[in-house]
Design a protein around this ligand. Sequence first.
Ligand code: HGY
Ligand code: MN
Ligand code: MN
Length: 412
Amino acid sequence: MSGAESVNQQRLWQRHADMAKLGGTPKGGVNRQALSPEDAAARNQLMAWAKVRGFEVFTDAIGNLFVRRAGSDTAAAPVVSGSHMDSQPTGGRFDGMYGVLAAFEALEALEDAGVATKRPVMAVAWTNEEGSRFQPGAMGSAVFAGHYKLDDMLQQKDWKGVLLKDALAETLQTAPAPARPGTGFALDSYVEAHIEQGPRLENERKTIGVVTAIQGSRRYIVTIDGEEAHAGTTPRAARKDAYAAATRIAAAMYEATTDADDTLRFTIGRVEVAPGSPNTVPGKVVFTIDMRHPRNDVLEAHEKTLEAIVAAKAAPCPAGIERVTNVAPTDFDPKVIGLVRDKAQALGLANMDMPSGAGHDAMHIARLCPTGMIFVPCERGISHNEIENATPQDLAAGTRVLVEVLEALANR
Ligand code: HGY
Ligand code: MN
Ligand code: MN
């Protein structure tokens, strides 16, 4: 039996159902935010499955969780596949989790098929890809790739002021694993499977997305300092209303980022208004910006525009804009792209080349080793939403391509 023939569609689907219970929401989605008790439960579940198979497991200093299937050449750098198990607050059961479970299923299929590989093959669950609780996102893979310093990330706080260092320690206590010091080790190659999180595959009736690139992404925090005052007695002329300033700034930003070809992605996803009392003029507003585009020069130009808008529209409130992440557009490795396409073809799966609008851990790992991604469709392209859905058949098809690609990389 080949690796692909040993992919067990029912086992893979059931694992998704089992994992969806960890942080499951009444609407059928998941709220399994990074380094939460639900995240720890998912880590324990993955390690329990790995233990049954006798796969080695370990974590690194930022909590990335690795599952290793040995190869014949113990000194060889591993071929790695994976994604993330943390979710958005109102997330779906496939975003990230599919990539981790497809990688684990690939290890199991190689085992079931009795396929020996020269290089070790590993599955990984990267810490905090979503970046919704702790910013920045794709944190575990970024620290692994040296894009962020470990100590800086350990000092990050969530919106309630919880230190990442403390949340990580608690998670690793709840979900203990052999810990390797530091982060980062040599990888031979990396392939990540993920739902598309867009409608193209479904619209074009393709089963496999051969991912060629990931667009650039930048995140900012805008802080506006007004002056708290009585809502009933304070004349408009005397006000330093932080929320009024925020609305002027946001309106100007939406207008400035409305490009003719609808390629730029501009999102204000979180707004905090303090003190949040109906009869007190807001004294402080903090809001996030997520901006993306395939070209860095376009992002650079828009960043200058955002800065100019804050300077021009904030008065009479002092305001600032701080960039918190900047990930350049990523082109994947042509050899890995070709391998994904060839294996999809060989398996008779309709496929198409396409870029990724969403960010993924692969965008950081691509700076370390030959990297590629495999997309499968999700229903109506909906994601970051509890109704996110995919079919067992598509998930298994993507996993069959994945195991063939991993085997080819591990034996070349
Ligand atoms: O934001 C992203 O692109 C990813 O889904 N976390
Ligand atoms: Mn994801
Ligand atoms: Mn996501």
